[in-house]
Design a protein around this ligand. Sequence first.
Ligand SMILES: Nc1ncnc2c1ncn2[C@@H]1O[C@H](COP(=O)(O)OP(=O)(O)OP(=O)(O)O)[C@@H](O)[C@H]1O
Length: 249
Amino acid sequence: MTTLLEVSGVSVSFDGFRAINNLSVQFAEAELRAIIGPNGAGKTTFMDVVTGKTKPDEGRVIWGEKNISLLGMSESEIAMEGIGRKFQKPTVFEDQTVRQNLAMALKNPRGPFAVLWHKRTKANGARIEAIAEQIGLTAQLTRIAGELSHGQKQWLEIGMLLAQEPRLLLVDEPAAGMSVEEREKTTNILREAAKTRAVVVVEHDMEFVRRLGCKVTVLHEGSVLAEGSLDHVTRNQKVIDVYLGRGHA
Ligand SMILES: Nc1ncnc2c1ncn2[C@@H]1O[C@H](COP(=O)(O)OP(=O)(O)OP(=O)(O)O)[C@@H](O)[C@H]1O
């Protein structure tokens, strides 16, 4: 498997406290990965480092086949490299329809060829339909986004991120506040999306992680404590001691 993102020996300190401590972790192209760990383990800080929001004190963050360092890049440059991030709270344009939200998110090829505009609009229409189907919102395309349920808003935002065609999608606690059916649908959307890109999901809900059925990385005190299948990591005594024993099983 080709490595898409390599985080190597990364440390981040806040006022002398090491939130990320010599962290090394890799992600392959087109893989689904769950990141779990107790509160304060460094999961959010890890995503902040990858997206350029937080600059590490040490270490390397290497991206893509050209082995580009993300460390010297701004957040917007990193986003343009193809790294998308879904925060926990859905942020869609509430007063716009689902279709308009997706249309705004679509990555249009920028160029001076105005004659191609019509063609492009047609192609965009097809892309919107395809994404709507992928996120299960085909029947909601003409609805105002503000009227959608919490789960539907989350899917719409995932769709808006997919419209940008990211090569890596970071998703923060997608299952929070969702019903059982919504969670199931969310797992399917993420699993499907991960067939063509890397999808990294930070999640506390172990049932949801089990449904994802993917490799799991357990973070603790800013480093990787265990990695492997969910069964493998949940059998690890250290994982049981620091995480599962605290009611996350
Ligand atoms: N800007 C900051 N200033 C000071 N300390 C911070 C800052 N950001 C994070 N921390 C600390 O770094 C540690 C790691 O935090 P982080 O939010 O990355 O953990 P987490 O695994 O995402 O936790 P949770 O599961 O609660 O979201 C915590 O102890 C947190 O208090």
